[in-house]
Design a protein around this ligand. Structure first.
Ligand code: ARG
Length: 473
């Protein structure tokens, strides 16, 4: 850090190292610059700066954009935050006219604007990673739509499903996660600029002009709400937390299935690394770490909500603590998604163990009861009859099943074959291979629709670089 010249009076403090937010707001620099360009255009529009002054200011901001991109921007911790660093540099470059940049604006509405712009880029980034991961889930489901595996409740073998159906069960959770992320950006698409410190301005500023330039649906309704609202970040970190919880639940099953006890997944190198002591070890570290990272993301949510809880209106410096959890949660979930996208195609299913486990008669008790029901036996009676066979000493055997079921026993061998048991489960949304094929089609349709809705978010994200590159009028 080189000498920053005379410090503006409002950042002179012996505690500046503690007060500085540079470590967490530097990632917002491009959003800050784009917001300032739109602000200058508004000041010109309402006659608070001349066309000549606006050109000088916008050009200066654009040069700063290039300095930041190529790493030559002189950051000064004693200038406290990204806003003051940029404004000071601008004045250093263009002279006293730089002092007009902050007309009708406060760092309070400025940071709220930067954060809403940053949210778009952060959501777009996570959403694209999520889409890639969803693609990997679908690709992995397709060839396994008829591969039987035991389905569990209470982690006890329950009924037969397929590997494809199991993977797709996870898919739909991530589909809702993507929905939530996009909806969060839609709700956040309101511009706070013009709220000033908390009470607007006596100058003839035009918040709707700025909102329009930056692709917001509308400007704020209440200046006090505008500078204190952090719902958009709280929602985003919640969306990320639930996404992390969903990743963790899938990861947990991968860990379980890769154990020798289950053996549904081969213990391949892709799962993780080995032990420095035990030569035989192949540990499912990737899945374990994805599971572990969910705790950290939930911690980010707790930190953010705790910061917001009980703050008096309007801006309080506590709010500066909002950025750390957001950056951490977004980076953590992004990395977890990438790790799982890499892992999925490399999972090797233990087909022999799956086949053996899927032949367990335990899985077909309901099928037998339903076989009786289709011969007119009341379900409750069928439940008792089959229950007695299964609780008999030594458990159910095929011949016990056959004789106890009488005429219905003749269907037993067919009923008990995993493949045909799957095929007969034709409920829409169920595990029959034909139903799973339909499910894959609708998963793909949903994913394509999401790709489309993301392209409008991507366009909004693109506005930032457009403002930083367009020739000033
Ligand atoms: N660094 C501050 C933050 O991140 C910017 C707003 C500062 N406003 C103020 N009145 N000190 O929240």
């Amino acid at each position: 850090m080189s000498d920053s010249g005379a410090l503006p009076s409002y950042v002179r403090s012996p505690g500046v190292a503690f007060l500085s937010s540079l470590s967490v707001d530097r990632p917002l620099a491009r959003c800050d610059l784009a917001g300032s360009v739109a602000h200058v255009q508004m000041l010109q529009h309402v006659g608070l700066v001349s066309a000549e002054e606006a050109r000088t200011l916008v050009r200066g901001l654009q040069v700063i954009g290039r300095e930041i991109a190529d790493g030559t921007f002189p950051w000064h911790i004693e200038l406290e935050d990204v806003h003051t660093n940029i404004e000071s540099r601008l004045t250093e470059m263009v002279g006293p006219v730089g002092g007009k940049l902050h007309t009708g604006r406060s760092r309070n509405d400025q940071i709220a604007l930067d954060e809403r712009l940053f949210l778009r880029t952060a959501v777009a980034d996570v959403a694209h990673r999520l889409l890639a991961f969803q693609g990997a889930l679908i690709d992995r489901s397709r060839p396994e739509s008829a591969t039987p595996m035991p389905g569990y409740t209470h982690l006890q073998r329950a009924q037969p499903v397929s590997v494809g159906h199991w993977l797709l069960a996870h898919y739909w959770k991530f589909d809702r996660d993507l929905d939530r992320l996009v909806a969060t950006t839609e709700r956040a698409n309101v511009s706070p600029l013009g709220a000033g410190a908390l009470a607007g301005s006596t100058l003839p500023i035009d918040p709707a002009f700025v909102a329009d330039r930056l692709g917001f649906a509308r400007p704020f309704e209440n200046s006090m709400d505008a500078v204190s609202d952090r719902d958009y970040f709280a929602e985003f970190v919640f969306d990320l937390s639930l996404l992390a919880v969903h990743l963790s639940a899938l990861a947990e099953e991968i860990v379980l299935f890769a154990s020798k006890e289950f053996g549904f997944l081969e213990r391949t190198d892709a799962l993780g690394s080995g032990s420095s002591l035990m030569p035989q070890k192949r540990n499912p570290d990737v899945a374990e770490l994805v599971r572990g990272k969910a705790g950290r993301v939930i911690g980010d949510l707790t930190a953010l909500l705790t910061t917001l809880k009980g703050l008096p209106l309007t801006y309080d410096r506590d709010l500066q603590e909002d950025k750390g959890p957001v950056l951490d949660a977004a980076a953590t979930v992004g990395a977890s998604l990438d790790a799982m996208t890499t892992l999925l195609p490399r999972l090797v299913f233990g087909k022999a163990r799956l086949a053996e486990a899927s032949s367990d008669l335990e899985l077909y008790a309901t099928d037998l009861a339903e076989g009786l029901v289709s011969q007119g036996v009341p379900f409750r009676t069928a439940h008792e009859t089959v229950g007695a066979i299964y609780s008999a000493q030594g458990g159910p055997t095929e011949s016990a099943v056959r004789s106890a079921l009488g005429p219905a026993g003749s269907v037993a061998p067919l009923t008990l074959a995993p493949q045909s048991a799957l095929e007969r489960r034709t409920t829409a949304g169920g595990p029959a291979p034909a139903s799973v094929a339909n499910q894959i089609r609708s998963a793909e349709t949903r994913r394509n629709a999401r790709l489309l809705s993301l392209s409008s978010l991507d366009r909004q994200v693109g506005l930032i670089e457009e403002l930083l590159n367009e020739e000033p009028k």
